[in-house]
Design a binder for this molecule. Structure first.
Ligand code: PLP
Length: 407
């Protein structure tokens, strides 16, 4: 790593825990020093030593147009001249909400928040209020932000009450969280049969936080059916997949309508914006319309609204998702061919403009098989070899990668 990044990392570690403001940025999964990024343009990022990289991370999903898209830059500049934050309603919030609702027919109303974590945390509170039930069912390796009750480790085998994944989360808080293997409807069925007060099933409809693991054909329709049979709400956490695997997210791609949806990443175009939404009668339980409290000083921030609305407008043009998918598929196929030619065991998959790969000889269908089959040491070597050649991949085997329109 360059001298400037090394020096900045040392300095950062003195004042910021681990030197970073989100753990994976510290490169613990692959070792070494992270480049400190100074600027970005299109598909490239540039570090403090003026080294440039093709960016396959895209800020972990938001940068679907690529970096520094001129329409977004203009929109944010214009919004900034009018004021940064008012703590009062603005028309930009309506515009973003209307664009989301138009793209996602399962949502009749949305509430805008600042991060994906806030969206999932609030959606759970709402689901509990709407059903009068307490428990929540998630999936092993599913990540929904750092919400206390969702920081639950992979359970082994069937449904189990899980232990907290993080220090500082009392076991009482996660006692209401069930976790079962992804892509396993039998486990979901068993968990729902054993627990009569499950308020909601929360799922990443395309898993992106255990590496990329697509849903089996029957998985999402099966979740819809089981949620209905057992009176639980189905929450799609589309923070990563919304406006990413298709314009209308995974629910449009797979034709399954959830009760509640969480969005983030792309809808802020790189500024902090997220949302949760669903049917009117559920959403009207939220304060001040109803009794479920949820609020935010900077929610619906005008700069974030400008970036989000402009980004959604730019990807709303016909042909955008076809092009993104073509590029992603080509990349993935080329990767598989190269690995095959080099006799390296590789599993790679692409869904829309998300893609991912495991150095594994066996297929990966859930968190347990990802952990079991993926060669993380090989990934770390590959990651650094790519970084040295100017390609910035996710600094962990268990993350998805993203293609932008600038790639
Ligand atoms: N849900 C999913 C599926 C995510 O991938 C993430 C973040 O990566 C979150 C929720 C949390 O979002 P945020 O980091 O904006 O709090």
């Amino acid at each position: 790593m360059g001298k400037q990044s090394e020096a900045l990392f040392q300095r950062a570690k003195e004042v910021i825990p681990g030197g970073v403001n989100s753990p994976v940025r510290a490169f613990r999964g692959v070792g070494g020093t992270p480049p400190f990024i100074e600027q970005a343009q299109g598909s490239r990022i540039f570090d403090a030593d003026n080294l440039q990289y093709i960016d396959c991370v895209g800020s972990w999903g938001p940068m679907i147009l690529g970096h520094g898209h001129r329409y977004v830059v203009e929109a944010v500049k214009k919004a900034a001249t009018r004021g940064f934050s008012f703590g009062a309603p603005t028309s930009g919030e309506i515009e973003l909400a209307e664009m989301i609702i138009q793209a996602f027919p399962s949502m009749e109303m949305v509430r805008l928040v600042n991060s994906g974590t806030e969206a999932t945390m609030s959606a759970l509170r709402l689901a509990r209020a709407a059903t009068g039930r307490s428990k929540v069912l998630k999936f092993d390796g599913g990540y929904h932000g750092h919400v206390d009750s969702l920081l639950v480790k992979a359970g082994s085998g069937g449904a189990t009450f899980n232990v907290p994944d993080s220090a500082g989360v009392p076991k009482e808080v996660t006692a209401l969280t069930l976790s079962v293997p992804y892509n396993n409807l039998d486990a979901v069925c068993a968990a729902l049969a054993e627990n009569d007060d499950v308020a909601a099933i929360i799922v990443e409809p395309v898993a992106g936080n255990m590496g990329l693991v697509p849903p089996r054909a029957d998985f999402l329709p099966g979740l819809r059916r089981l949620a209905d049979n057992y009176g639980a709400l189905l929450i799609f956490d589309e923070v990563m997949t919304g406006f990413r695997v298709a314009h209308g997210g995974a629910q449009a791609r797979y034709g399954v309508m959830p009760d509640l949806t969480c969005l983030g990443k792309v809808i802020g175009g790189g500024l902090p914006a997220a949302a949760y939404g669903g049917r009117r009668e559920i959403m009207e339980l939220i304060a001040p319309a109803g009794p479920v409290y949820q609020a935010g000083t900077l929610s619906g921030n005008p700069l974030a609204m400008a970036a989000g609305v402009t980004t959604l407008r730019a990807i709303g043009v016909p042909g955008v998702f076809e092009r993104l998918e073509q590029v992603t598929t080509r990349l993935c196929e080329g990767f598989l061919q190269a690995a095959h030619a080099a006799d390296v065991p590789l599993q790679a998959a692409a869904v829309g403009s998300m893609w991912g790969f495991f150095f594994a000889a066996e297929p990966v269908s859930d968190y347990a098989t990802a952990k079991q089959h993926a060669d993380t040491a090989r990934y770390a070597r590959f990651f650094h070899a790519m970084l040295d050649r100017g390609v910035y991949l996710a600094p962990s085997q268990f993350e998805a990668a993203f293609v932008s329109l600038a790639h």
